[in-house]
Design a protein around this ligand. Structure first.
Ligand code: 5GP
Length: 169
C-alpha cells in the first residue's frame, strides 16, 4: 500500500495543545464530560484531555460506519455510554468528520438526553464532503477528500497505531 505523510507527530501535538488551550478558555469555571467516539478517536482523546485544564470526566461510545474506504452511511452503536449526560457540558470527540452523518446521528441522540451544552471537537474534517446540519465547534486540521490512516484512524482495522497521519494513495 502506498501512503503519503500528511501530519507528523510534532504537528499533531502542537495543534492538540492549541485545541486544549481553546477548550480550557471556553469552559472556564465549568466541568466537562468528554465523550470519545470509538474506535477512531481513542488516541486523539488521550492526548487532548491531557491538554484541557478543567475538571474532566471521560466516557466512550462505540460506533461503526465504514467498510474499507467507503462510508456505508449507516451508523451503528456498538457500545453505549455509561455516564448520564443530562445537565452536563458534553464535548463529543471525533477522529474525522467526513459527510457528517455520524455527527448528525450523535447530536440527535445526545440532544434527546438533555445535556447542559453539546459541542464537538474533531481532529480532522473534510469540508468538501460535509452534508451535515451543524458545523463542528473545534477542528484540528481540514483536509480534502483523501482517505487517511494513522493516529487512531484505520483501514479495515489496521494502521491505528501509526504515530502520524498519512493519506492512502
Ligand atoms: P461521516 O459520518 O462523517 O461520513 O464519517 C465519519 C466516520 O467515518 C469517521 O468517524 C471515521 O470513522 C470514518 N472516516 C471518514 N473518513 C475517513 C478517513 O479518511 N479515514 C478513516 N480511517 N476513516 C474515515
Amino acid at each position: 500500500m502506498k501512503t503519503r505523510p500528511l501530519f507528523d507527530e510534532s504537528a499533531i501535538a502542537k495543534r492538540i495543545k492549541e485545541l486544549g488551550e481553546q477548550i480550557t478558555r471556553d469552559y472556564a469555571g465549568e466541568s466537562l464530560l468528554v465523550v470519545s467516539v470509538l474506535k477512531g478517536a481513542f488516541i486523539f482523546t488521550a492526548d487532548l484531555v491531557r491538554q484541557i485544564k478543567a475538571p474532566v470526566e471521560i466516557d466512550f461510545i462505540g460506533l461503526a460506519s465504514y467498510e474499507g474506504t467507503q462510508s456505508t452511511g449507516h451508523v451503528r452503536i456498538t457500545s453505549d455510554l455509561s455516564a448520564k449526560i443530562e445537565g452536563r457540558n458534553v464535548l463529543l470527540v471525533e477522529d474525522i468528520v467526513d459527510t457528517g452523518k455520524t455527527l448528525d446521528f450523535l447530536r440527535d441522540m445526545f440532544s434527546l438526553r438533555n445535556p447542559k451544552s453539546l459541542r464537538v471537537c474533531s481532529l480532522l474534517s473534510k469540508p468538501e464532503a460535509h452534508q451535515m446540519r451543524t458545523p463542528v465547534d473545534y477542528v484540528g486540521f481540514e483536509i480534502t477528500r483523501e482517505f487517511v490512516i494513522g493516529y487512531g484512524l484505520d483501514l479495515d482495522q489496521r494502521y491505528r497505531e501509526l504515530p502520524y497521519i498519512a493519506q492512502v494513495l
